[in-house]
Write a protein that binds this ligand. Sequence first.
Ligand code: PMP
Length: 459
Amino acid sequence: MSEIAQRLAELEQLGRTRRLRLISGPQGPSVLLDGRHVLLLCSNNYLGLADHPRVREAAADAAMRWGVGAGASRLISGTMTVHRRLEEGLADWEGSEACVLFGSGYLANLGVVSTLSGRGATVYSDELNHASIVDACRLSRAEVVVYRHRDVEHLEWALAQRRSARSGGIQRALIVTDSVFSMDGDVAPLAELAELAARRRARLLVDEAHAVGSVGPGGRGAVAEAGLQGEIDVVVGTLGKALGSYGAYACASSEIVRLLINTARPLIFSTAPAPPAVAGALAALELLQQRPERVERLRANARTLRRALAEEGFPVAEGEIQIVPLLVGEESLAMDLCQHALDDGVFAQAIRPPTVPEGTSRLRLTAMATHRPAELRRAAAALGAAARRLGLDPAALAEPHQERVPLQAVESWRMPTWEPRAAAGSSAAGAPPFDLERDSASEMPFDLERDSARSARAA
Ligand code: PMP
């Protein structure tokens, strides 16, 4: 058996193989999935802008005007007027001095975390941060401290343990957090984090991927909701969710943006975002500003979905966040619940490790502004019925974060520095509360060491 076949067989044995499901047609509130019409309850197209006629038209026009691809990285010849226009629009919208686009949110996090940390620095990362932040921490070569989810007290304690916060006069501590957590739909305590960062002279990076277009005045995000616009060192947002396109951005001071342009490797060594995607996002941003009632519709739908699920007995709290997890626990049970709901015409993908911690497999439901309330109520009823068919009492499902890990010494929360060839199987002693290295057994996605000698070469 080849090594590849062996690895696939191992995944099969663990019940962890995944497959790509095929959608025909655009990302609407319902879709044609593997040939069947189903209600879509797991898309991040929160505002329905990915398939909005004006956004589509803008992308099509841009393809005719600027072409399909940017043809080069931003620093070579890939920066076009459309990139500049979107950067200016986003900076204005975010209330920040400057903005720079990246190829995706994943790349933005890699670039920003690496630029603001690096060897000798310490990054403090919430334990439920998105995988792109986890990977960014690894790539940064900084020391990484993982603090308990949304636990400002734990973070403060960890910051107090910091050995040498300063090196060469540059501030070298970075706190990084999702604002709306991608798999849980809860919100980081941003005001407290900002206060703590200022007091401890750490920088703060907030990833607004799931808050843009849904939270805050006019959908400006959780940072704006907390009254902190212009006060966070770097805000990362993606164009691939509520803004209906593809790509991402970082908003910050002109100085930080200049440093990102000069040092963020995912920006320097990767082709600039494609003009149709950039123009589509620009049209989406304009629509969002002109028609903020779309955000209100998304919030109303989130409330309807949450209420209908609670009526089915699921432990779902009232609220307006569009991400609603149903924590099943066991992987196979989550898969079965997904399949049963799908049989009833409701598509909510099961989410399993390594995307979420072991034992917290779930259906991650998402409301969209374009759902009809009746569709959401029907979906909740279908999910309740599917659970009961499986012998699951909806009321017996766990609430998010019920299982709190005990506070541990900060030493044991540190992620081991990744070393080539030593990564696999190095998880035993001093492991973090769940295994942040859990997806690294199969080597890193790219070679961290490869670049040093050749780093001067352009993309
Ligand atoms: N940050 C968070 C919190 C996310 O949920 C995601 C995507 N799921 C990303 C970053 C990555 O964004 P993109 O899809 O644009 O790469």
